[in-house]
Design a protein around this ligand. Structure first.
Ligand code: FE2
Length: 125
């Protein structure tokens, strides 16, 4: 069976415009709100035209020691192209965590496929 794992691309977002850039604090207190911003093309802008655009971003949290990640949000830019409107691949969300873990983001370019990135979050009890 083929796996999606091998189809996700990544790299240094400073040199590759498709890699989701994740802005989040390095450390929070248990139960404190964590604000996460995810942007595609922060250093090198990604084309944002009718024919070439970012279709969606997803954000997950994988608490340390947990078997599965939690999907924090799924952001579909489904209005892209409606009435000449172009959506921007930029989202902000918040969540509260009690355990340290990994914030993961994935995204999809309609021409260049699947991309991912992650950052660690320390949670102090
Ligand atoms: Fe692209």
């Amino acid at each position: 069976m083929k796996s999606l794992n091998g189809l996700y691309q990544s790299g240094d977002w400073k040199g590759e415009k498709h890699v989701p850039v994740i802005h989040a604090p390095e450390s929070v207190k248990a139960g404190e709100e964590v604000e996460v911003k995810v942007v595609i093309g922060e250093e090198i802008p990604h084309p944002n035209t009718l024919e070439h655009y970012i279709s969606w971003i997803k954000v997950y949290y994988h608490p340390e020691g947990a078997k599965f990640p939690v999907e924090i949000g799924n952001y579909d830019f489904s209005a892209h192209g409606e009435s000449d409107l172009l959506t921007e691949p930029y989202i902000v969300t918040r969540f509260k965590a009690n355990k340290p873990g990994t914030i993961l983001a994935s995204s999809y370019c309609n021409i260049h496929g699947l991309w991912e990135n992650s950052v660690e979050l320390k949670v102090e009890g």
